[in-house]
Design a binder for this molecule. Structure first.
Ligand code: SAM
Length: 298
């Protein structure tokens, strides 16, 4: 377990993941009945972008850094920015909010959950777990568990609330992680048909990520939406190193809220222009299993 999210906090992948997360959580808050939020690979919760890890890679500059301070954005992008901005309110007397802290998914869920909603967070790494535990310490809505995320999924799903959101966001250090995610999503879906289940995945030039889509398509589970954001792909015949290069990322969403596909299609052209100002950004929203025929649009 070498992966530390601090090196990547606020990068392009986080922007896509957390923007979708805000949309999914806000959908759940539209009904009065409490919901459960379960995360299998939670990370430490809140990231200091001036700290050693984040400042060494600087990845956030090409992610949240490209959106920071922008006005007149699509309402869903603006809402995501507002959630991040709430962690970065300017000191009294300062001219503007400075981007210093980046909220991970647990902090975003904590910010949007209501008093009777519940958060169940699994994180296996001892230091990340301890940091997360400190981060949420006095919030009685949150349970933090130092267990394997896939084990947590089996233990905590379905939640007694009968409604909720499950997020799988593993580090993809294991060579079989895509298969593990597909298997875990399918098994969890069978136990929790009323919930929304989402998983983030990296997109490499090799196209290995397509195994996740194939496994889900073969599962016969209805209503699975896929959203991807990448830079232009590598030329065909690229060498082995190039094939491992990360081009972007995506999310699969099982049981997405009604019209999430339309919302995403409405905001992604703008997000793409902001994150890839030189051009070269690509996006896809496609049903792996519909509701509707799979007609992805660029
Ligand atoms: C991509 S990061 C999570 C980032 C977080 N979801 C966010 O968006 O803010 C993946 C996390 O999974 C943790 N991890 C690795 N293997 C795990 C396992 N088997 N079970 C639970 N957590 C694990 C890592 O320590 C790391 O903090």
């Amino acid at each position: 377990m070498n992966y530390r999210h601090g090196f990547h906090a606020g990068n392009v992948g986080d922007v896509l993941k957390h923007l979708v997360l805000v949309l999914l959580l806000e959908h759940l808050t539209r009904k009065a009945k409490p919901f459960a939020y379960l995360e299998t690979h939670a990370g430490r919760g809140l990231y200091d972008l001036a700290a050693d890890a984040a400042s060494r890679t600087g990845e956030h500059a090409q992610g949240i850094g490209r959106l920071w301070g922008r006005r007149g954005l699509h309402p869903a992008i603006a809402r995501y920015l507002e959630v991040v901005a709430a962690f970065n309110r300017a000191e009294p007397g300062a001219v503007a909010d400075e981007l210093r802290l980046y909220p991970g998914s647990p902090a975003i869920a904590q910010a949007l959950a209501r008093p009777d909603d519940r958060l169940v967070l699994c994180e296996l790494h001892p230091e990340e777990h301890e940091a997360l535990r400190r981060q949420v310490a006095d919030d009685r809505r949150v349970g933090v568990h130092r267990i394997d995320g896939y084990q947590g999924l089996r233990a905590f799903v379905p939640p007694p609330e009968g409604r909720g959101l499950v997020l799988l966001d593993p580090p993809y250090e294991r060579p079989d992680e895509l298969a593990a995610v597909a298997e875990a999503l399918i098994a969890a879906r069978r136990r929790f048909a009323a919930g929304v289940l989402a998983a983030w995945y990296p997109i490499k030039a090799s196209g290995a990520h397509r195994a996740l889509r194939s496994a889900l398509a073969a599962s016969q589970i209805p209503k699975i939406l896929e959203v991807e954001l990448t830079e232009a792909s590598a030329p065909a015949g690229a060498g082995a190193g190039e094939r491992e290069r990360m081009l972007g990322s995506g999310l699969v969403i099982l049981g997405p809220p009604w019209r999430l596909d339309e919302t995403l299609r409405g905001l992604l052209p703008e997000l793409c222009r902001l994150l890839f100002p030189e051009g070269g950004g690509r996006w896809r929203v496609e049903w792996i299993a519909g509701e509707r025929p799979a007609t992805g649009k660029r």
